[in-house]
Design a protein. Structure first.
Length: 124
């Protein structure tokens, strides 16, 4: 699935810091914790809690956020629909990575067990 260049550029230029509070609000409304969110972000990006906070403090764009991340080798196991797009069909690498993150947040908010969200070969 092709997203438009305008869509991809808008995502690339958004700051992680501007979206992170929305992630927290979304999951906390559903009884999940920021600690669980941090765990999911750590799994996807390879950042630790301090590095995630540094990304927020520096107001890095999603482009820079994912350029510096070490994407989990099992990230490709994140599938399904998010924001009207089927993740596995998104062709733009950065947009796909952002949608991976969106999907993890969505799964947290929907009450999925953290062990299932953090896909491993044993539970994929």
């Amino acid at each position: 699935m092709n997203t438009t260049p305008e869509h991809d550029n808008r995502i690339a230029k958004m700051t992680f810091a501007s979206v992170y509070p929305h992630y927290v609000t979304k999951i906390e409304k559903k009884g999940r914790t920021e600690k669980e969110l941090i765990t999911a972000i750590e799994w996807l990006t390879g950042y630790d809690k301090k590095q995630i906070q540094d990304q927020i403090d520096k107001k890095v764009t999603f482009e820079k956020f994912f350029d510096n991340a070490k994407l989990n080798e099992n990230a490709h196991l994140i599938k399904g629909m998010i924001c009207g797009y089927r993740i596995e069909d998104i062709e733009t690498p950065l947009t796909k990575k952002v949608r991976y993150l969106d999907k993890l947040v969505d799964e947290l908010a929907k009450g999925k067990k953290l062990e299932k969200i953090l896909r491993t070969s044993s539970n994929s």
